[in-house]
Design a protein around this ligand. Structure first.
Ligand code: 5AD
Ligand code: SF4
Length: 445
């Protein structure tokens, strides 16, 4: 079907923060082309589904979303499928969902305008290349920020090849963006109103590069350079791999005040047997050793993680060891998933796939323990005075929502505050998922 000239667009991002970042860059690109942001998905001339391929459920969601885009009169907007499903399934998407006009992978979305031209002339437009020219070199530079918290992708791709994971296939090999580009983008974000930057990467702590003097730097060096941007108040990074957790990065947590006391460090399983089958190349003990080092320099660090239950061959004993590492590590929050076999990954064809009912039961037990730890973590912060960065409006009249240094959400009601303020509060109440605070004073801007 030939599409009219789209004037406005809506982007829906699924999955990880890298997709949120890519969604923002696509939006900036389309605005740069003269398009506007549609009020809602229903009103949009172009809908971009920025997809996630990590688990089967995430993929199913994309196809049901495509179906729902058909309007009452039978027409549909121009539809672009971007992200990791686009990369993994390519042409198959148009076969399964003929209403899709554009399929564009995570390394090719800077070509969206050209692909839209193709789609307008009624052609199917597909680009899942991983080109030598980086998309970052051709995307428009960063402008005014809608929020005081910004994402900055510093590293993409993964060379770790965990046996369950599609990321090395959909996002390609590990690539670090150059130092100067990142410093420039961070400064542009801060000039645009960002006060907190979260550095992103599938293996963010594998980032390496040469600084302006030609000295080789790791993520800790980049963090120290960003620390010198005066308008920037907070720095975070995620997601980290245990094998790339260097002594220097750990040390930075004790020395760089803007680096927030929060670490997302997935362990996936507490069983060495399963970790080996997952090709994680770290053990339960080496993971705990990293935490011990980290807590020496930053005793209050809040720990987050990812877990997979029901990996092929996971016995009751293996699962008990996962519960044990959770008790030993003590998380402030965490994500946990049932193992989902992904086409083309080694684990998908391993013997001893686990029955869905057993996975359900294990996931419930694990989540009960993780929820207990999260609530306990929140409770122990009651009475503490800390600063929060106000990020958005709350649901109640006059209510604002901010984040503590430990990434907990805090609700606060104060008529004199606005989004972007960094304020000192006392935490007065804790729930399982969020806190309530009372204003102490506004911190110096
Ligand atoms: N099944 C279930 N969870 C998975 N993850 C990655 N691949 C799979 C899979 N096949 C989880 C891991 C990873 C997080 C982003 O998603 O825990 O850290
Ligand atoms: Fe996937 Fe493992 Fe790479 Fe993380 S480290 S993206 S889980 S392959």
């Amino acid at each position: 079907m030939t599409q009219a000239d789209p004037k406005n667009f809506h982007i829906k991002s699924f999955g990880c923060q890298m997709n949120v970042y890519d969604g923002e860059r696509m939006a900036e690109l389309l605005v740069d082309q003269g398009m506007s942001v549609a009020v809602s998905g229903e009103d949009a001339d172009l809908v971009v589904l920025n997809t996630c391929h990590i688990r089967e459920k995430a993929v199913d969601k994309v196809y049901s979303d495509i179906g729902r885009l058909r309007r009452k009169d039978g027409s549909s907007p121009m539809i672009a499928v971007a992200g990791c499903v686009a990369q993994a399934e390519g042409q198959e998407i148009s076969r399964r969902a003929p209403s899709v006009d554009i399929v564009v992978g995570p390394q090719a979305y800077h070509r969206l305008p050209e692909l839209m031209e193709l789609a307008k002339s009624g052609k199917k437009a597909l680009d899942t290349d991983m080109p030598a020219v980086s998309k970052f070199d051709v995307l428009p530079s960063r402008g005014k920020q809608a929020r005081p918290t910004a994402f900055l992708t510093v590293q993409e791709g993964c060379d770790k090849f965990c046996t369950y994971c599609v990321v090395p296939y959909t996002r390609g090999a590990e690539i670090s963006r150059p130092w100067a580009d990142l410093i420039d983008e961070a400064k542009a974000l801060v000039d645009g109103g960002a006060r907190e930057i979260t550095l992103l990467g599938q293996n963010v702590n594998a980032w390496t590069g040469d600084d302006e003097k030609g000295n080789h730097q790791g993520l800790d060096g980049l963090i120290r350079a960003l620390d010198r941007i005066s308008g920037l108040k907070r720095i975070r990074y995620m997601t980290s791999h245990p094998n790339d957790m260097t002594e220097r990065l750990i040390a930075a947590h004790g020395e760089v005040a803007k680096l927030m006391p929060f670490l997302h460090l997935p362990v996936q399983s507490g069983s060495d047997r399963i970790l080996k089958a997952m090709n994680r190349s770290h053990s339960a003990q080496s993971y705990l050793d990293i935490l011990e080092q980290m807590r020496k320099v930053r005793p209050d660090i809040a720990l987050s993680g990812d877990f997979i239950v029901g990996f092929p061959g996971e016995s009751d004993q293996d699962f008990e060891e996962t519960l044990q590492i959770v008790r030993d590590a003590n998380y402030s929050q965490a994500f946990s998933f049932k193992y989902s076999p992904r086409p083309g990954t080694p684990a998908a064809t391993m013997a001893e796939q686990i029955a869905p009912e057993l996975m359900d039961e294990r996931l419930q037990r694990l989540q009960a323990l993780l929820n207990e730890q999260q609530y306990a973590f929140n409770l122990q912060t009651v009475g503490r005075t800390t600063d929060i960065l106000l990020e958005r409006q709350g649901k109640l009249e006059g209510q604002l929502l901010g984040k503590t240094p430990w990434l907990q959400s805090v609700h606060i009601i104060s008529p004199n505050l606005k989004i972007g303020d960094l304020v000192e509060i006392e935490i007065t109440q804790a729930g399982p998922n969020s806190l309530t605070g009372q204003i102490k004073e506004r911190l110096a801007a």
